[in-house]
Design a protein around this ligand. Structure first.
Ligand SMILES: [Zn+2]
Length: 454
């Protein structure tokens, strides 16, 4: 990769206001110099507007993109939505899922996402039958990310059961869930170790526990031990719905997070996704263990999950990152502002989360939670991942330069992203993906999976 330089009218270098006329120089995909108040040298790529570091989407299930608009209306709950999601999951094969995931990841790239955490639990063929390569679907996700042009942390998810019995046992998986289960935690470990063998530079493999509903305590402990041994990030859905808390209390006399703490899951490598229905003690456990949380507000509101106690996370110093999860929308700016705006609705108080903290959640905190420490910053040594946001669009026009960060967090949309650079290379130019016709790919791939379902 040749050296590249980018001259940014405004760039966010981590402070409360953007810097002006920032020259970012990269070599071999890594930032080697950042110089504010610099003239633009000839040969530099010039970015108008505000340049941010690459955004990290820390929680994704790529196939859920095909549910968009099909599941937003009508009555129901999280649990009826889940039935729709299972119907879709039943139809996917390696080819159709690869194409759908590539289109979904490309939509993310257009929105400024340069790193995705794919919480991957669809492992096997219908009925739980193994593919010839038991990691065929995981490999399809990795290939899809590579073709879409972004980094991926494949959070390979252990999913062994269908709910907690009152005696603490797991109900067996059935129907579509058979595709999610490896049968035992040992089989999960064996499959994931095979996946570690061939990963490329833009790929990391991490671990996930689907939830306390799907993995027994001894198996959670085995997954945590595995993550520790291999130094991998570890994520889990935690307390997304009150019913999960009730089942867990009934069987184990503790909260889902309390149970995860007891079996050794919490710690710096751990991210609790959703963390919606938390007790004070849960928040303390997160803080003292230096665990993170991932907020997915657009999904949480779509699924009627509830509002997480983000003011308490802030007070306790729990790092927050963001995910688009079910992809009801893919727009990290919307996720970022929703953290603050939902808090306003819940508390009647404005200004709990500073704009720069919401940007940290969308960038460096997300990368850290996905195992890319030091990424998501415009700083020497970080990957040269840059996102230019238009400050002269109908939404953002008229904003003074000093308020550009607030404009991006509170009013910009994914459609205001003009250019995206990953590893020093352009992947989006002037609002177009360099390799893919994203809308056409989404249209074709989503039609194909629903045609297979009918
Ligand atoms: Zn999820």
């Amino acid at each position: 990769v040749v050296a590249a330089s980018f001259h940014c009218e405004l760039a966010w270098l981590g402070g409360e206001a953007p810097a002006r006329d920032v020259l970012v120089e990269a070599d071999d995909g890594v930032i080697v110099a950042v110089t504010p108040d610099a003239p633009a040298p000839s040969g530099a790529t010039r970015f108008a507007g505000l340049v941010l570091p690459g955004l990290a989407n820390a929680h994704s299930h790529a196939f859920h993109r095909a549910l968009r608009s099909r599941t937003q209306t009508g009555p129901g709950t999280f649990w009826t939505w889940r039935d729709d999601m299972y119907r879709l999951a039943a139809t996917l094969d390696p080819e159709s899922y690869h194409r759908l995931a590539r289109a979904t990841f490309a939509e993310m790239v257009l929105a400024g996402v340069t790193c995705v955490g794919e919480f991957h639990y669809l492992h096997h063929a219908p009925g739980g039958v193994r593919y010839r390569d038991p990691n065929e679907l995981g490999a399809a996700m990795i290939a899809a990310a590579s073709e879409a042009g972004l980094r991926i942390t494949l959070l390979d998810t252990c999913y062994l059961g269908a709910g907690i019995d009152p005696d603490g046992g797991l109900r067996p998986v059935e129907g579509t869930q058979l595709r999610f289960s490896d049968g035992s935690v040992d089989a999960w470990i064996a499959r994931v170790e095979a996946l570690l063998a061939d990963v490329e530079s833009n790929v990391r493999v991490g671990a996930a526990i689907h939830s306390v509903r799907a993995v027994a305590p001894t198996s959670m402990s085995a997954v945590a031990d595995w993550a520790e041994t291999y130094d991998r990030m570890l994520h889990a859905h935690v307390s997304e719905q009150p019913a999960e808390n009730e089942q867990c209390h009934h069987a184990f006399s503790r909260s889902p997070l309390g149970l995860l703490a007891d079996v050794g899951v919490l710690g710096e490598r751990f991210t609790a996704v959703h963390a919606t229905h938390m007790t004070e003690h849960d928040v303390t456990l997160l803080a003292t263990s230096r665990s993170s949380v991932c907020m997915c507000p657009t999904t949480e509101r779509d699924l009627a999950d509830g509002i997480a106690p983000t003011a308490r996370f802030r007070d306790a110093g729990v790092p927050m990152c963001l995910g688009s999860d079910s992809h009801a929308v893919i727009d990290l700016f919307e996720e970022a502002r929703a953290v603050e705006l939902d808090e306003r609705l819940a508390s009647g108080v404005r200004g709990t989360h500073r704009v720069m903290d919401l940007l940290v959640a969308a960038t460096s905190a997300g990368h850290s939670a996905l195992g890319w420490r030091g990424a998501g910053r415009i700083a020497v040594g970080a990957p040269a991942d840059l996102v230019a946001v238009d400050l002269r669009s109908p939404r953002t026009a008229g904003v003074p330069a000093d308020d550009a960060l607030a404009a991006v967090v509170y009013v910009a949309t994914a459609g205001d992203v003009t250019d995206v650079v990953v590893n020093g290379r352009h992947v989006v130019c002037d609002r177009r993906h360099c390799n893919l016709d994203v809308a056409a790919e989404l249209d074709t791939s989503i039609r194909a999976v629903w045609d297979a379902a009918s």
